[in-house]
Design a protein around this ligand. Structure first.
Ligand code: C2G
Length: 146
């Protein structure tokens, strides 16, 4: 059983994320996603729109994803690889020269960096949505109080 591991925030899930997960899963038989917690995102200087709970629920609904675990710090990667007996860590190629992957995981597992899907990113989506007028009328989600 060839086990694949990837890391990320996966906020405002979009087809760039889906394409990464699809290609990562294709590298083996099982894909584990280490999902950045809200606290770790703060360390990364990121404020996700959706909470860890919601982002986890969305990832678990994706057929390519077999398991979601929390990513709580930069240092956990070698332990994750050993604990889950990972063959390959797969990331988008924006991470290909990052020591958090190259030096810490060298010799522990294979590393694959896949081309990012062009034209889409969470920050672009947030920017585009900011340019739109707020939607009139009832925008409350079911179960939300007024
Ligand atoms: N990605 C992609 N194409 C895009 C956008 C993202 O292939 N258009 C990939 C990224 O390269 C990454 C994954 O999708 O491998 C998740 O992206 P983010 O949620 O932005 O994750 P990031 O902030 O890069 O966090 O320890 C590593 C970090 O947790 C990675």
């Amino acid at each position: 059983m060839k086990k694949i591991l990837t890391y990320g925030t996966f906020d405002l899930l979009h087809y760039g994320h889906i394409e990464l997960l699809r290609r990562a899963r294709e590298q083996g038989d099982c894909l584990i996603v280490a999902l950045s917690t809200d606290e770790f995102n703060a360390l990364k200087g990121k404020q996700a729109y959706h909470s860890y709970k919601v982002r986890k629920q969305m990832l678990e609904a994706i057929s390519y994803v077999d398991r979601v675990i929390p990513e709580e710090n930069w240092e956990q990667k070698p332990a994750d690889v050993r604990l889950f007996e990972i063959d390959t860590v797969v990331m988008g190629d924006d991470w290909k020269d990052d020591a958090h992957f190259t030096s810490t995981l060298e010799g522990l597992c294979n590393l694959v960096f896949l081309p990012r899907t062009p034209g889409v990113s969470t920050s672009n989506i947030k920017g585009d949505l900011k340019l739109q007028e707020p939607v009139e009328g009832n925008t409350q989600l079911p179960g939300e109080s007024a």
